[in-house]
Design a protein around this ligand. Structure first.
Ligand code: 5GP
Length: 165
């Protein structure tokens, strides 16, 4: 298992998409989320988009290996997907935030952890604005959170600066 974390807007999604194209036998774990679908996203491909009740049902049935509340929405990794893909001998790529990554690492010490850094906070702000998926206020909170998350980067085995995809 490979877990990739990094502040929102660092380019985790693009990086993972490129890696998945190039590495055979590697599959992405599709998470569950209560966040509304963005224009460029597809249900079942980017996330499994579920209601709050649907998500909570999974938590209660212990169907999620880890889950977090992040900026008012819930995100979680499916236990079933994880077990199934690993049983098939696949390598699994998980793009999740830092708390979830820590939980995963404590449960599965063999997980390889990668932290993705933006070249600078200014570049990160630019990327978030360009992506046009968050309001100005949401961008502000994501930037504040980014500073906290970046400090946790030191706990990862690999740190990559995403200056050029
Ligand atoms: P976004 O709303 O931008 O798609 O995702 C917000 C954050 O949640 C990102 O850092 C993303 O990597 C993380 N995330 C996505 N799925 C999961 C998950 O299943 N578990 C955890 N812990 N974080 C997730």
């Amino acid at each position: 298992m490979f877990v990739v974390s990094g502040p929102s807007g660092t380019g985790k999604t693009s990086l993972c998409a490129e890696v998945l194209k190039k590495v055979s036998g590697l599959v992405r774990s599709v998470s569950y989320t209560t966040r509304p679908l963005r224009l460029n996203e597809k249900d079942g491909l980017d996330y499994h988009f579920v209601t709050y009740e649907g998500f909570w049902d999974k938590v209660e049935r212990e169907e999620l290996v880890e889950w977090v509340e992040y900026h008012g929405h819930f995100y979680g990794t499916s236990q079933e997907v994880l077990k199934r893909e690993l049983a098939w001998g696949k390598d699994l790529l998980l793009a999740i935030e830092t708390q979830g990554a820590q939980k995963l690492k404590s449960r599965f010490p063999d997980v390889i952890s990668v932290f993705l850094l933006p070249p600078s906070l200014e570049v990160l702000e630019e990327r978030l604005k360009k992506r046009n998926t968050e309001t100005g206020e949401e961008i502000e909170t994501r930037l504040a959170q980014a500073e906290q998350e970046i400090r946790l980067g030191a706990q990862y085995e690999y740190v990559i600066v995403n200056d050029e995809l």
